[in-house]
Design a protein around this ligand. Structure first.
Ligand SMILES: [Zn+2]
Length: 180
């Protein structure tokens, strides 16, 4: 099972019968969390990517669970609103709005980058493990590269060497700059 955060296959996941969910430990981001089956049985790949994007954003923004003895437990319940009686570590992804326009998407991408790399001017690899941070809906590298290029053209990141439309996206390095 690919890791919802980094997309890798190396991250630990094991079934927890108590919660009827998979417990992940992402090596790349060093985060532990539970994912219920209803998150991992979406209608299509785009929906799966979108749910994973929300998991990523939530975990990066909320490093510590309200209940310190628990980790976040992601579920997808379109017909249910969480109530006080529900466990405090449950997150209903259906209750988090998905960025439905480009401006909001770019805004939330920049927040993700800030939460991962809060030091402006730091260089980092624009690899596939950042796909979730960039809110990509598809598995196509062209979408990821397109977003890099847009952020670069807007002056938010500097990419070196210049982005080339190849499969070698993982070799690229980018830099977050202070928005002007
Ligand atoms: Zn991972």
């Amino acid at each position: 099972m690919n890791c919802p955060l980094c997309g890798g296959t190396e991250c630990q996941n094991k079934f927890e019968s108590q919660s009827n969910a998979l417990k992940y430990h992402c090596k790349e981001y060093d985060k532990e969390f539970l994912v219920s089956g209803n998150v991992e049985q979406p209608q299509n790949n785009i929906k799966q990517n979108q749910l994973n994007n929300l998991v990523f954003e939530f975990i990066i923004r909320n490093a510590v669970c309200e209940d310190e003895n628990q980790c976040w437990w992601f579920q997808y319940l379109p017909d249910y609103h969480l109530q006080d009686k529900d466990a405090s570590n449950i997150v209903n992804l259906a209750e988090i709005n998905y960025p439905n326009n480009l401006v909001e998407k770019l805004d939330r991408i920049l927040l993700n980058l800030y939460n991962i790399k809060s030091c402006y001017g730091e260089w980092f690899h624009l690899g596939g493990s950042l796909a979730r941070a960039f809110f990509t809906d598809t598995d196509e590298n062209t979408e990821l590269v397109g977003i890099y290029m847009m952020l670069q053209e807007l002056g938010y990141i500097t990419v070196k060497p210049p982005v080339i439309w190849t499969e070698h996206v993982t070799a690229l390095i980018g830099q977050i700059q202070t928005p002007s």
